[in-house]
Design a binder for this molecule. Structure first.
Ligand code: HEC
Length: 155
């Protein structure tokens, strides 16, 4: 027979289990403010490196830079990858598309996809589209990046 004591204990333990599972909003962030700032500084440093490369003719051989055709990363549409690219003839990643532009419009040598330069170019492109909703496969249109009134477009 279920006594009121066992009933009370069961409800009590259910309450605690539910607290553990559903009350994560009150859990402490794993990083404190100082750690978060340091991590963000490292990210912005990579974005800055990407911005410099984006404006550098060193990636190619014909004097062009990414920014000639993609000012402030315009039309890079990083949030639409992966997607089918007709010029590559398959579903491509953002890094493959960056290499396509290095090879074709810039007449340069492709970067290893895990290189620091590739990571930096990717970081810059994605940072300039921060807040955009992920929409893989979207080949419908070109999207302008975040609005840049002055400065580089990042802190
Ligand atoms: C001479 C102009 C030109 C230059 C310079 C250029 N691109 Fe592009 N880029 C294009 C064109 C044209 C496309 C569209 C190709 C397509 O999707 O058919 C494109 C597409 C892209 C895309 C994919 C956009 C999308 O939605 O499909 C990315 C990302 C990109 N370029 C990055 C770069 C980077 C990084 C550089 C410098 C290394 C660069 N581009 C240099 C002309 C250029």
């Amino acid at each position: 027979m279920v006594t009121s004591k066992t009933l009370f204990l069961s409800i009590f333990s259910l309450y605690f289990v539910s607290l553990l599972y559903f009350n994560n909003s009150e859990a402490k962030s794993p990083f404190d403010e100082e750690e978060l700032n340091l991590m963000n500084e490292e990210l912005i440093e990579l974005v800055k490196k990407g911005d410099e490369l984006w404006h550098s003719p060193s990636l190619g051989t014909n004097g062009l830079t990414c920014a000639n055709c993609h000012p402030d990363a315009a039309n890079a549409n990083p949030h639409t990858f992966p997607k089918y690219q007709s010029n590559i003839g398959k579903v491509a990643t953002l890094r493959e598309m960056i290499n396509w532009c290095i090879q074709i419009p810039l007449k340069g040598k492709t970067l290893p996809e895990d290189s620091e330069e590739m990571k930096a170019l990717e970081a810059y492109a994605i940072y300039m589209y921060r807040g955009f909703k992920l929409n893989p496969g979207d080949n419908k249109k070109a999207y302008p990046p975040v609005k840049v009134d002055s400065g580089p477009g990042y802190p």
